[in-house]
Design a protein around this ligand. Structure first.
Ligand code: BTN
Length: 268
């Protein structure tokens, strides 16, 4: 795909009035999340975007690495300075997932699945992921960085993740414009974040996010899952709670999943 580089020149004309105007583009970098966290610590303004064609040390959740081959995926991190309380920050991850879902659906016309809290899925394979990092004290978020990785035009993956990962190209047999998907993604994050980022408890945005997340995710309600925390247990998902955590009805009663590690036992 000619000139599908994720440069400010290519992205800005597609971004409309979105807050993401300060775009830092790198041919290669260690991790866009690391760069964004460092810049935020040094005072980078809300809405600064760090985007790379390749990451040498792309980071995933739980200390995992994120495969970031050159020119094929989307590796983007945004700096936010939310008015939310630290207890509401999970909603930032959930809106990033919804935004990725919506951006992919609008450009590619396929709807990826969302696996609570941070995975963008196609069937049982990962199409993308979200890593939200925070600098906060007990009462106040100083800044947050939301990093989003989407596998777009990878034709294959290294042997160790081949079974686990997929890309839009593998799923649809054609390449897709990363610039268009990234612009749609940033516009959607902008919209979701504006609705969520109100002083106090953003109840209206939260009920809309919960409803849409449960609709977009085949994991959120009625899925038989195995959860790898609290010693490991199985059960049936019964939606998100008021703080955005996943609830699972298990043999030992109703449980709240705190950190992820949810696998489906049977396809719905
Ligand atoms: C996960 O599924 O474990 C989260 C993956 C997050 C990957 C993205 S790519 C852009 C940003 N920079 C990073 O180093 N990680 C995130």
């Amino acid at each position: 795909m000619t000139d599908d580089l994720l440069t400010p020149e290519n992205l800005k004309p597609l971004l409309g009035g979105a807050m993401f105007r300060e775009i830092h583009h790198f041919t290669a970098i260690d991790s866009t999340n690391s760069a964004a966290m460092q810049a935020a610590a040094a005072g980078a303004e809300e809405g600064s975007v760090f985007i790379a064609e390749q990451q040498h040390s792309g980071r995933g959740r739980g200390g995992h690495s994120w495969h970031s081959a050159p020119g094929t995926g989307i590796y983007v991190s945004v700096v936010l300075r939310p008015k939310l309380s630290p207890g509401d920050v999970l909603w930032l991850s959930l809106i990033a997932g919804l935004s990725a879902h919506e951006a992919i659906e609008s450009v590619v016309s396929v709807a990826p699945d969302l696996r609570w809290p941070n995975d963008i899925m196609f069937g049982q394979q990962k199409l993308g992921g979200i890593l939200t990092e925070l600098n906060a004290d007990v009462h106040r978020v100083n800044y947050a960085v939301v990093g989003i990785g989407i596998n777009v035009n990878q034709a294959e993956f290294p042997a160790d993740i081949r079974e686990l990962a997929t890309s839009l190209r593998i799923e649809t047999d054609r390449e897709w414009p990363r610039v268009e998907i990234t612009a749609a993604l940033l516009k959607s994050v902008d919209r979701e974040y504006r609705a969520l980022n109100v002083a106090g408890h953003p109840a209206a945005a939260i009920s809309s996010i919960t409803e849409r997340f449960e609709k977009a995710s085949s994991y959120a309600r009625g899925a038989q899952v195995r959860v790898d925390e609290d010693g490991g247990y199985s059960g049936r998902t019964v939606g998100l709670d008021a703080r955005g955590f996943l609830r699972v009805e298990s043999a030992a009663g109703l449980k709240t999943v705190l950190s992820g590690g949810v696998r489906k036992l049977v396809e719905k």
